[in-house]
Design a protein around this ligand. Sequence first.
Ligand code: AMP
Ligand code: ZN
Length: 143
Amino acid sequence: MSLNSDPDCIFCKIVAGGIPCHQLYEDDLVLAFLDVGPLSEGHALVIPKSHAVELADADQQAVERCAAVAKQLGPVIVEQTGAAGWNLLQNNGSAAGQEVGHVHFHIIPRRAGDGLGYRWNAGAIDHDDAGQLATKIASSVNP
Ligand code: AMP
Ligand code: ZN
């Protein structure tokens, strides 16, 4: 498979070796390295090597490989850092907090009381509205 690359993309530069990283894993499709602005010790990023801005645009095989790498890497990072759990986070679009426009999965090690986390202001579902919305979404999903 040929890799897409954007010369202005910082993660493509890391993939190409033009910018150094603390590498954790590499194969033909995927690279994993430590985040330079860690939310906690061991905070890591798993990326497809081929450039795509958002998850929906990324190569399917590379996304599946990213998931497999994250599945294996998360527990290893927890083990090596003495963390107690981990979050897998993937931001799409600036409204969702995406700052680097190259698909990436955050592995964020967690410890009790670490103060990290989303404001999880849960609402109450309206079942009539939800039923209509679910029908619309379900009829448009085409994996
Ligand atoms: P996001 O807000 O989801 O786009 O997250 C981008 C992440 O990339 C942030 O956590 C940054 O700290 C991280 N980051 C940016 N540049 C680098 C770099 N050169 N090496 C490692 N991590 C980086
Ligand atoms: Zn890129």
